[in-house]
Write a protein that binds this ligand. Structure first.
Ligand SMILES: O=C[C@H](O)[C@H](O)[C@H](O)COP(=O)(O)O
Length: 223
């Protein structure tokens, strides 16, 4: 199977998981990225049944609207029934690295606002230890150099993601060669640097369910 076929399979499995939330009139949180895009496209079949969605990026909001799916502001949506999103890496505790597509901050907000977070990914994303994927940090532009220096003190190798501006008007620093032994601690430490909006570790609020696309079918992991 190709990677896209694996992504589509997990997106289909996620649709089965959210059917009851849709039927109950829950608002569905929608992630960002190529795997989330498969989920959005499959969700189009339910556009007349969904009370509303909240998108974690402008790109996902546009894609949802192009299918005729209702998109709400989070401030008007209350608690989300379920949030479905991809990841760049997941460990076996369902702690994640996200933000390869620069949408990490709105994704973290949507995950925090949700009763359940279902992560969808192909099997290449499952790792024993987080950090081979460079860790994204969203940074207020004027703090870029300061945050970079602080990251070096912590042992990371910060690289400015040139030409990328987030939906919130900020910049992204990707941290290479980082030892992430205790993801919750690293998430807190980085978020305490002035100028950091948030970092791409989802360890304080990990996924509740991981649907993993493998050639042998979709595997489900829970915490
Ligand atoms: O900012 C982007 C998001 O965190 C994505 O969920 C993540 O990068 C995974 O994207 P994809 O499904 O394209 O691998």
């Amino acid at each position: 199977m190709t990677q896209d076929e694996l992504k589509r399979a997990v997106a289909q499995a996620a649709i089965s998981k959210v059917e009851s939330a849709i039927a109950d009139g829950e608002i569905i949180g929608i992630g960002t990225g190529s795997t989330a895009n498969f989920f959005i496209d499959l969700l189009a079949d339910y556009k007349n049944d969904i009370r509303g969605t909240v998108a974690s990026s402008e790109a996902s909001a546009e894609r949802l609207k192009s299918h005729g799916i209702e998109v709400l502001e989070l401030n008007n949506a209350g608690t989300l029934g379920v949030y479905v999103d991809g990841a760049d890496e997941s460990n076996h505790h369902l702690e994640l690295i996200k933000g390869g597509g620069a949408a990490l901050t709105r994704e973290k907000i949507a995950a925090a606002a949700s009763k359940e977070f279902i992560c969808i990914a192909d099997e290449s994303k499952l790792v024993d230890r987080l950090g081979a994927f460079p860790l994204p940090i969203e940074v207020i532009p004027m703090a870029r150099s300061l945050v970079g220096r602080e990251v070096v003190k912590l042992g990371g190798n910060p690289v400015y993601r040139e030409g990328v501006v987030t939906d919130n008007g900020n910049v992204i620093i990707d941290v290479y060669d980082f030892m992430i032994d205790v993801p919750r601690k690293t998430e807190e430490t980085l978020n305490n640097i002035p100028g950091v909006v948030t970092n791409g570790l989802f360890a304080l609020r990990p996924a509740d369910v991981l649907l993993l696309g493998t050639p042998d079918g979709v595997k489900e992991m829970t915490r």
